[in-house]
Design a protein around this ligand. Structure first.
Ligand code: BGC
Length: 676
């Protein structure tokens, strides 16, 4: 941040504060509507208007009730989720996605988008993992920094969340998360730190949970010491909705704005109770002046006050749709392709059967606060038919029943502070009947593609999955279908890994697609048909079984009162690498229809790797080169650099990969950590 500007902004803010009454200040530091603070019209100060995030700009709700407004104005572009963005391993894509999100936020007239979410995926069961990037702090921070820069160049604020260690949904408002300092600094905090120091993020959201005994939303260790003193954060801290529990603590902490899910706005901790405490001199008014100052500085940064020449934004532009298609294409991960069963090349007159609910399900309207009222969402069924045209028939049969239509209730958030229970699965006989119907139908088709996985009943805020199995009896269905169509590609869509052991060896073609936004179905069709060469890489380990995740082995996940991160630094692939445990598919893994050769690689100076590479296959494509450093203290390799490159078939290139490898004596270069 430009220091002179910052000083000017502060002075302007202080001049305003001098003119303000206590009531006016109080109005600005808590929700006065469900997504807005109070305005002070007398002094020309507008309300600060926020919206979720992170998969697009959320639909509008009534000012004080969780009823959707429900007109046509709030249909928006639906973005690939952050896990999908991470899977692109492409910083430019992350920046462009951020730019789309920022421009849409502004276009919708909002000031702050409540994202991105940068919590580290410690367990594959966490219901909100789709909103987060990765199990790896380096990948998370690299992508988050770009997204934030993209968002904020549109005169809107990103609000990075949830600070910190919001790693489980179970009892998320009460659970005390115990984490040691090294683990915090090495695993859970780097993305937040980089957001502040490298991306100059304007806003941070506190987490619901406690961290080492303190509520994150008013933790003095986290907000005053780490965020403000150590990292010099000078933006605005917003509470999660309902994350404040105490007036004095909130006033004395680095928190600036209290938000919640109820409409008793005047009774919020930072409303009337705070006013009374100031009037009785129990709390110093200067603490509140500081919060108001931070908000007024933010408003100047966003050109809401002061110099009000502000970008106007735009939403639902063709440009946005094209950018999101590019992101979606690069996020899809090809996991297996024996005998080159993919891409498929259907001939005129042939018939394709898609089996599995996700062929025909739209995911935008689910997931919790990340729900999106999408202008459109191309499903795989629509995408394939669109790409193939009228000479090939594409039919669909569900094959299993999740009992979930895709959309959540509009009252979702009003109930969001209670733990959710998943709807009961339908019984075995119902599943067997659907399976039989699908298998019988499959016998009559030239090509069969299975498109299943998870949905937002499984991957949802306020809920953690109970195990890693592929639900709704899908494994049985896949196995039976493979008996009659052994080349059948299996495509899984979701936000989290699933167990595959019982069927994966029988498949030849396997693709994973994280919830991939409005153009996801088209992107998937392009990959299946070979119009686009897959280049996504897994941003998380796909474990063989849950216990291969150290947190689960220790039984330290989804605990009710206290969860202890005794797995320490051994999160994700770090544990697998240390123990020599083979995952089903490793972090960083992803195939191509072509093949990359790394011909040479060497370190140049302290922070750059030079590599010579070649596309040794017959198809143009994009490839990722990853650099890992050997961490001798903990005994594992860890990602410290990556770069994506576009190469024509046969093309050679020299690549420069910036690495974060200070104090490291050994670097390894390859396509993923198992490969080197
Ligand atoms: C979520 C936040 C979200 C907020 C506002 C909370 O339930 O945890 O991520 O931004 O609601 O909808």
């Amino acid at each position: 941040m430009d220091v002179i500007k910052q000083k000017e902004y502060k002075k302007y803010a202080r001049d305003i504060i001098d003119k303000m009454t206590l009531d006016e200040k109080i109005k600005m530091i808590h929700g006065n509507e469900l997504f807005k603070t109070g305005a002070v019209e007398r002094l020309g100060i507008p309300a600060l208007s926020m919206s979720d995030g992170p998969c697009g700009v959320r639909q509008d709700f009534e000012a004080s009730k969780w009823n959707v407004v429900g007109n046509t104005r709030d249909y928006v572009s639906y973005m690939p989720c952050n896990s999908a963005i991470a899977a692109t391993f492409n910083r430019k894509i992350a920046f462009e996605a951020g730019d789309v999100l920022g421009e849409e936020t502004r276009g919708r007239g909002k000031d702050m988008i409540l994202g991105p979410g940068v919590n580290i995926k410690r367990s594959p069961l966490c219901g909100r993992n789709f909103e987060y990037f990765s199990e790896d702090p380096y990948l998370t921070k690299e992508m988050a920094v770009e997204i934030i820069k993209g968002i904020q160049q549109n005169d809107v604020s990103a609000c990075i969340k949830h600070f910190a260690c919001n790693g489980q949904e179970t009892e998320r408002l009460a659970v005390d998360t115990i984490v040691d300092e090294d683990t915090l600094n090495d695993i859970y905090l780097p993305a937040f730190k980089a957001a502040v120091e490298e991306a100059n993020v304007y806003s941070v959201m506190g987490a619901y949970n406690k961290l080492n005994g303190e509520h994150c939303c008013h933790s003095t260790s986290l907000l005053n010491k780490v965020l403000r003193d150590d990292w010099k954060f000078d933006g605005v801290v917003v509470s999660d909705w309902g994350g404040v529990h105490d007036t004095k603590e909130a006033a004395e902490s680095g928190l600036d704005i209290e938000m919640s899910v109820t409409d008793n706005f005047d009774e919020y901790f930072m409303a009337e109770p705070l006013k009374k405490a100031i009037e009785s001199h129990a709390i110093d008014e200067e603490l509140i002046n500081k919060k108001v100052e931070n908000i007024l500085v933010l408003m100047q940064r966003l050109h809401m006050i002061g110099d009000t020449r502000r970008k106007s934004g735009v939403y639902n532009s063709f440009e946005h749709q094209k950018k999101l298609l590019a992101a979606a294409e690069e996020s899809i991960v090809l996991l297996k392709n024996e005998d080159n069963v993919l891409p498929i090349k259907p001939k005129a007159g042939e018939r394709i059967l898609l089996v599995g609910e996700n062929a025909n399900m739209q995911h935008a309207p689910g997931g919790g606060s990340a729900e999106i009222k999408a202008l459109y969402e191309i499903t795989p069924l629509m995408g394939l038919q669109m790409e193939l045209g009228g000479n090939v028939t594409v039919d669909y049969i569900c094959g299993y029943d999740s009992g979930f239509g895709g959309a959540q209730d509009s009252s979702w958030q009003a109930e969001s502070l209670k733990d959710k229970k998943k709807a009961k699965e339908k019984d075995e006989s119902h599943a067997a009947a659907l399976r039989k119907e699908a298998v019988e139908a499959a016998a009559n088709y030239d090509h069969v593609i299975f498109i299943g996985g998870l949905n937002h009943q499984e991957d949802c805020e306020g809920y953690d999955r109970k195990n890693m199995s592929l639900p709704y009896h899908q494994p049985e269905l896949i196995k039976e279908l493979l008996k009659i169509h052994p080349d059948m590609p299996v495509i899984l869509i979701g936000g989290n890994p699933v167990e595959m052991g019982s069927w994966v060896n029988d498949t030849k073609g396997l693709i994973y697609m994280f919830y991939n936004g409005m153009e996801g179905g088209r992107a998937l069709a392009e990959i299946i048909l070979g119009k686009v060469n897959p280049s996504g890489r897994l941003p998380v380990s796909f474990y063989k079984k849950l216990e291969d995740c150290y947190a689960h082995k220790l039984g330290e996940f989804a605990k009710k009162d206290v969860v202890t991160y005794s797995d320490g630094e051994y999160v994700g692939y770090r544990y697998l690498d240390h123990e020599g445990i083979a995952p089903e598919f490793p972090f960083g893994f992803g195939l191509s229809y072509s093949k990359l050769e790394i011909l040479a690689a060497k370190l140049e100076g302290v922070n750059k790797v030079l590599a010579e590479v070649r596309n040794a296959g017959a198809m143009d494509g994009k490839f990722v080169v990853q650099v890992f450093k050997v961490n001798r203290k903990y005994g594992f390799k860890e990602l410290c650099g990556f770069e994506k490159i576009n190469l024509k078939a046969g093309e050679y290139a020299a690549m420069e990969i910036m690495v974060d490898a200070i104090e490291c004596d050994e670097l390894l270069v390859g396509e993923n950590y198992l490969d080197i």
